[in-house]
Design a protein around this ligand. Structure first.
Ligand code: 5GP
Ligand code: MG
Ligand code: MG
Length: 179
């Protein structure tokens, strides 16, 4: 798998620094509020597990699967709910946990959905932000790092279902897309 990677953007150690920073910010801002962390599958699942283990307070977790990418590297502009949360969000402080914000289409629709369902607050914590891709005006309340206009993989992020298990964040060699 290593041979498919052109360059590493964030090492395991780099990522842990970002994750701890985000966890401490959220821990401080949400002290005693028992926020409901909603992990957006599948990309954010690796981040979520490290993130919550760095928060020294009560939190709850739920999972939602939505899709706007259908195997390729470009958004289709549509968001489909594949798996919904089990928890009622009414009067809850919701934190949407994302891997990366690119077009912003996914987040915009999820923020509207949870506000509509009566959440007390809806905030966004994303490990990465790719501002160059934005089509909808959305900003994350907590961002680990900004990334350039490149398609990244690893630490939960996939290309065509692969590379989620890489412990670092990398950029694929162009020939991988041509396969
Ligand atoms: P958005 O709706 O903001 O365009 O992005 C939604 C999802 O697209 C992200 O949560 C992520 O799963 C996927 N995505 C966006 N940019 C990248 C990228 O650079 N690499 C990978 N692997 N997925 C991405
Ligand atoms: Mg995602
Ligand atoms: Mg994907």
């Amino acid at each position: 798998m290593q041979e498919d990677i052109l360059k590493v953007l964030f090492t395991e150690e780099d990522i842990q620094v970002l994750v701890r920073k985000l966890a401490k910010q959220v821990e401080r801002d949400y002290k005693g509020r028992n926020p409901l962390m909603i992990c957006i599958l599948k990309g954010a699942v690796v981040f979520m597990t490290d993130f919550v283990r760095n928060i020294d307070d009560y939190v709850e977790m739920d999972f939602m699967d939505v899709s706007s990418y259908y195997g390729g590297t470009k958004s289709t502009g549509e968001v489909r709910i594949i798996k919904d949360v089990d928890t009622s969000v009414r009067d809850r402080d919701v934190i949407l946990v994302e891997d990366i914000i690119d077009t912003g289409i996914t987040l915009k629709s999820l923020m509207e959905l949870f506000s509509h369902r009566g959440a007390k607050s809806v905030k966004v914590c994303s490990l990465f932000n790719k501002p160059s891709g934005r089509q909808e005006f959305v900003t994350a309340d907590y961002v680990g790092a900004t990334v350039p206009d490149e398609f990244i993989v690893g630490y939960g992020l996939d290309y065509d279902g692969r590379y989620r298990n890489l412990p670092y964040i990398g950029v694929l060699k162009p020939e991988v897309y041509a396969k």
